[in-house]
Design a protein around this ligand. Structure first.
Ligand code: ZN
Length: 565
């Protein structure tokens, strides 16, 4: 590709809208352009990277025996209504009516649709196993689109679905996808960890996520060097707390003017946050639920949601809090609260003489003890695991880091096949629901995750496997005929060898060309400069950074060997 003819522009300044290094680089390198919050255009250079990732995925899916097709992104409500997810997705689903008043949505994920279409194809056990996939746009109206393509409202996903006659079949199909995912992310040059994950709204019996460690990740993963345990923190079990041996004190109501937050209470009483028990109010499927954890802990909403088995869970607004507590926000406690249920974290019964809100503005109770002063039928693990907690499996020290989820695989079981009537006749002519698995990879996210792991102060450093072009040839002086002639010769030789190459034939200063080449992250650079008359060029790999002078033909051979390793 000749850069003089390419639709391409770079920016020197970081755009104000960008929040993450990889997002800044994508914008500065002209790979993406923003259309709306969480909606992006992929420009030619960015689209080439995207297509290479897509091809890697397609090759590995095909090699694993999966078959590609494409469903529609425009989908009628009825399939999601049949499975119950029309309501579960809530406002995240982009819903609308067509001209006849029929409900439609833009597909956020396609389990129902595959189950519906496949039920017409898989009527006998003889037709299975089957794994089917598509590479298609998905739509989710995220509350907070962030970090460019990491959390966007439109993105392309490779979603695959397996159909088996029994659990062993599912295990085998799942393992094939697991292995294919490892090859895909290896080929994309990503460092990743595979963690146990929550099955959440998807249902099913088991699930793993492919995670790329990064500060901008939405997920938190817990890992243990001792036993190899790795899980999404949403799922990680917290240890049982040792029971306090303090003597029980009298419970006493205390006037706490204007002390409604844990910080204010810590200041007011001069006690650590671990001496308090905080009560948060949620609306779970329309009902008010109170949830209690120690003052210095965080509630794990996934655990809470799974325990309640509810479809929706949101923090209650101020009006609901006032109604449930008869007080201003900040004074909620378990005594006399008007909530459907009070869910108590299992750490609370191990505490002694703690403080709680009194459900009265400006009042708290101190000297409170579970079992004597209040009880609940719902004592369970609802807190977030944190640094300092032991590994749930072996008790060793755990590491907690942020991560980007690039892939997710699920053993769905029969949830969607039951709901959608995707059934087959087994060997005994008995009707059974297909056993399903579902397997997703976010392509845009994978592309940006590569940058998160592979960049420096000058720009992106693409691995050869996904680079938009592998080589850039830069003639230093556009007006110098010798330099231009040798640059053209090298460019042509690389093209002839099937190497994706660009030549910076723009009438620009050398400094601009070098800066752009580094910013867009082309892995190999050949500079044709002052020694062009002798047939000598300079070769510089983007990553290692050290330039060497070589005879032009040697440079071409070296690059061909490096890329084809
Ligand atoms: Zn461990």
């Amino acid at each position: 590709m000749r850069m003089s003819q390419m639709l391409f522009s770079t920016q020197r300044e970081a755009p104000s809208e960008a929040e993450a290094e990889s997002h800044v680089l994508l914008l500065k390198a002209g790979m993406i352009r923003r259309l709306a919050a969480g909606v992006y255009a992929l420009m030619p250079l960015g689209f080439r990277v995207f297509k290479r990732i897509e091809n890697i995925i397609r090759e590995e899916m095909d090699a694993a025996g999966a078959q590609e097709l494409i469903m529609s992104a425009l989908l009628p409500a009825e399939y999601y209504q049949e499975s119950g997810r029309w309501d579960v997705f809530g406002t995240e689903m982009i819903k609308f009516k067509d001209r006849n008043g029929r409900d439609f949505c833009l597909g956020p994920t396609h389990e129902e649709i595959f189950a519906y279409v496949l039920r017409q194809e898989l009527q006998s056990y003889k037709a299975m196993p089957k794994t089917i996939y598509q590479i298609q746009s998905k739509y989710r109206d995220e509350r907070r689109p962030r970090f460019g393509m990491i959390r966007s409202r439109e993105f392309v996903m490779k979603d695959a679905y397996s159909f088996d006659v029994d659990e062993q079949g599912l295990d085998a199909s799942y393992q094939k996808m697991y292995d294919a995912y490892c090859r895909i992310f290896d080929r994309c040059g990503l460092q990743y960890v595979v963690v146990h994950a929550d099955t959440g709204a998807m249902g099913g019996s088991g699930s793993q996520e492919f995670m790329v460690k990064s500060d901008i990740g939405d997920d938190t993963i817990v890992s243990c060097a001792g036993c190899g345990y790795a899980a999404n923190s949403e799922l990680a079990a917290c240890p049982d707390a040792a029971a306090s041996t303090e003597t029980m004190q009298q419970m006493e109501k205390v006037h706490t003017p204007n002390a409604g937050t844990i910080e204010e209470l810590v200041g007011f009483f001069g006690l650590g946050a671990q001496k308090f028990a905080k009560t948060l109010l949620y609306i779970a499927d329309g009902k008010i639920i109170a949830a209690m954890v120690r003052g210095d802990r965080e509630i794990n909403e996934t655990k809470l949601k799974n325990y309640l088995k509810c479809a929706s869970l949101d923090l209650a607004g101020a009006a609901d809090v006032r109604q449930a507590t008869s007080a201003e926000v900040g004074f909620a406690g378990p005594l006399g609260i008007k909530a459907d249920r009070v869910i108590v974290d299992k750490e609370i019964p191990a505490m002694r003489n703690f403080l709680i809100g009194a459900n009265e503005t400006d009042y708290h109770y101190k000297g409170v003890n579970y079992g004597r002063d209040f009880c609940s039928d719902d004592v369970c693990d609802i807190r977030l695991i944190e640094k300092g907690d032991p590994c749930p499996v072996c008790g060793a020290e755990i590491e907690i880091v942020s991560a980007i989820e690039v892939g997710h695989i699920f053993k769905l079981g029969t949830k969607y096949s039951e709901a959608m009537g995707c059934k087959f006749l087994d060997r005994n002519a008995k009707e059974s629901p297909c056993i399903m698995g579902s397997y997703g990879i976010g392509l845009n996210r994978t592309m940006q995750a590569v940058i998160e792991q592979s960049c420096d102060k000058d720009g992106i450093i693409w691995p050869d496997s996904v680079a938009p072009y592998n080589v850039i040839v830069i003639p230093v002086g556009a007006a110098n005929e010798e330099q231009m002639a040798l640059a053209e010769e090298v460019y042509q030789k690389l093209l002839d060898a099937g190497i994706e190459t660009m030549i910076d034939d723009r009438d620009e200063r050398a400094g601009v060309k070098f800066k752009d080449a580094d910013l867009i992250g082309i892995p190999h650079r050949i500079t044709v400069g002052r020694r062009a008359a002798e047939g000598i060029v300079e070769y510089k790999p983007r990553r290692a950074g050290k330039a060497v002078e070589l005879n032009a033909d040697e440079a071409v051979v070296k690059i061909i060997e490096t890329i084809n390793v």
